[in-house]
Design a protein around this ligand. Structure first.
Ligand code: PLP
Length: 404
C-alpha cells in the first residue's frame, strides 16, 4: 500500500491568496454595485514590452524551420542568455560571476522552493519574519521544520528573524547558528533593503559559521538608492557562502511567461563537493528550465531597446508606489517600503489585526490588500499594498483612502 508524504498535511490552513480570493468573491456577491480595486497581489499588470513581443514572434518563426528549429534546451540554459546575464548583471557591477555559474530556470518561485533539496534534512533554516512564504512552506514539505505551534504560528525547527518597525525591518543575527539563511532583499512584503556594508556583515557571518545564504533578489530592478547592493556578489567572500535567486517576473513582466535564474559560484563547497555540481545534477534530472523561445525573449531584455522599455515599466510601478506612500502618509498612516521595492508596508491603525484591517479596507474603501500576518507571525499588525495596479486605479484607491 502506498503512503503519501504526510509533511504536506502539516501545512496549516489554506493558502493566503486563496483566503483573500474567497473573501473578495463573497463581498462582491453581496455588493454587486461596488467596484473593488485590487492592490493586493504581487503579479504585474503591464503587458510585455514591444521588444520582447517582437523577439517572441521571431523565435516562434525560427521554430517553424528545420535550420533554426530548437529541441531540448541545454540543461543549464542557452549560452547566449547565460553570457548576457553574467555580463549585464554581474561583470558590469564588478562581480566575479561567470556564465557557467548561472542556471537558467522557469522562475524564482521554483528555484526558491527546490533549492533546499540539495541540502541535508537536518540543516537548520533561518528566515526573515515576515517574508515570502515559499521558503518555509517548501521546507515544511521536505520535513525540515519540526512541529507547528498554531497559536504562535511558528515551526519548532525554524529560526525566525523578526523584522519589525523596532529594528527598521532589518534582520539581526540569530542567537542559534543556522545552516541555511534565507534573505529576501528587497524584501517581500516589507520593501526593506540593507546597505552594502550590512550585507557584507551577513556574508562575513555566514562564512564564519559555515552557513549558506540563499539570497532572493527577485526585486533587484526596483532598487533606487545608491548604497543598496544589487547582488550579494558585490560583497567580498560571497562566492564561498551565497546562492542568488533572480527572476524576470517583476522587472520584465514574465510572471506568466516564466523565466528566472540561480547563481551558484563554484567556490561554494561542502568538503570537496561543490553545490554547483549538485544543482547541475538536479537540472539534468528534474529539468525546470525554460524553452528556447522564452530564453530568446530573456536575451531581448538585455538589448539597449529592451533595457529602455523595461526601465519605463519599473518607473511606472514605482510611480504608483510613490502615490500610495504619499496617499497613506497624508491620510495619517505609518508607512514603510515603496522606495526600493514595489511594496508598501503599513502599520494597521487602532491596533487592528491584519485581517481586521483587511475587512475594514474591503468594506469601507472597497480596496483589497494583503494581511501582513500571512507572511509570518511578525507581520501581524501590518498590511501590504502593491504598486502593480494600474496608475488610474492606484490614484482612485488613494482618493478612497482619503475619505475613509
Ligand atoms: N521571490 C520573491 C521574493 C517573490 O516575491 C516572488 C513572487 O512574488 C518570487 C520569488 C517568484 O518569482 P517568479 O515569478 O520568478 O517565480
Amino acid at each position: 500500500m502506498f503512503k503519501i508524504n504526510d509533511n504536506y498535511l502539516k501545512l496549516p490552513g489554506s493558502y493566503l491568496f486563496s483566503n483573500i480570493a474567497k473573501k473578495v468573491a463573497a463581498f462582491q456577491q453581496a455588493n454587486p454595485d461596488k467596484e473593488v480595486i485590487k492592490l493586493g497581489i504581487g503579479d504585474v499588470t503591464l503587458p510585455l514590452a514591444p521588444k520582447i513581443i517582437d523577439t517572441l514572434h521571431e523565435a516562434v518563426d525560427e521554430m517553424g524551420h528545420a535550420e533554426t528549429f530548437h529541441g531540448y534546451a541545454p540543461d543549464l540554459g542557452y549560452e547566449f542568455l547565460r553570457t548576457a546575464i553574467a555580463d549585464n548583471d554581474y561583470k558590469s557591477r564588478g562581480c566575479d560571476i561567470s556564465a557557467d555559474e548561472i542556471f537558467v530556470s522557469d522562475g524564482a518561485k521554483c528555484d526558491s522552493g527546490n533549492i533546499q533539496e540539495i541540502f541535508s534534512i537536518d540543516n537548520k533554516i533561518a528566515v526573515c519574519d515576515p517574508v515570502y512564504p515559499v521558503y518555509v512552506d517548501t521546507n515544511v514539505m521536505a520535513g525540515r521544520t519540526g512541529t507547528y505551534d498554531p497559536v504562535a504560528e511558528t515551526w519548532s525547527d525554524v529560526i525566525y528573524m523578526p523584522c519589525t518597525a523596532e529594528n527598521n525591518f532589518i534582520p539581526e543575527f540569530p542567537k542559534e547558528n543556522p545552516d541555511l539563511i534565507y534573505l529576501c532583499i528587497p524584501n517581500n512584503p516589507t520593501g526593506t533593503t540593507i546597505t552594502k556594508s550590512q550585507l557584507q556583515d551577513w556574508v562575513d557571518y555566514a562564512n564564519k559559521i559555515g552557513a549558506v545564504i540563499i539570497y532572493d533578489a527577485a526585486y533587484e530592478a526596483y532598487i533606487s538608492e545608491d548604497d543598496v547592493p544589487h547582488t550579494i556578489f558585490e560583497c567580498e567572500g560571497a562566492r564561498t557562502c551565497a546562492i542568488e535567486l533572480r527572476s524576470f517576473s517583476k522587472n520584465a513582466g514574465f510572471t506568466g511567461t516564466r523565466l528566472g535564474f540561480t547563481v551558484i559560484p563554484k567556490d561554494l563547497k561542502c568538503g570537496d563537493i561543490t553545490l554547483h555540481s549538485l544543482w547541475a545534477r538536479r537540472h539534468g534530472t528534474k529539468y525546470n528550465g525554460a524553452p528556447y523561445i522564452i530564453q530568446k525573449a530573456g536575451l531581448a531584455c538585455y538589448s539597449e531597446e529592451g533595457k529602455a522599455q523595461l526601465k519605463e515599466q519599473v518607473a511606472y510601478y514605482m510611480n504608483n508606489a510613490k502615490v500610495i506612500k504619499e496617499g497613506l502618509t497624508n491620510a495619517g498612516f505609518t508607512v514603510f517600503g515603496g522606495v526600493n521595492a514595489p511594496y508598501i508596508w503599513l502599520k494597521t491603525p487602532d491596533k487592528m489585526t491584519s485581517w481586521e484591517f483587511f475587512d475594514y479596507l474591503l468594506e469601507k474603501g472597497n480596496i483589497v490588500g494583503t494581511p501582513g500576518s500571512g507572511f509570518g507571525p511578525s507581520g501581524e499588525g501590518y498590511f501590504r499594498l502593491t504598486a502593480f495596479g494600474s496608475h488610474e486605479n492606484t490614484l482612485r484607491a488613494m482618493e478612497r483612502i482619503k475619505s475613509l
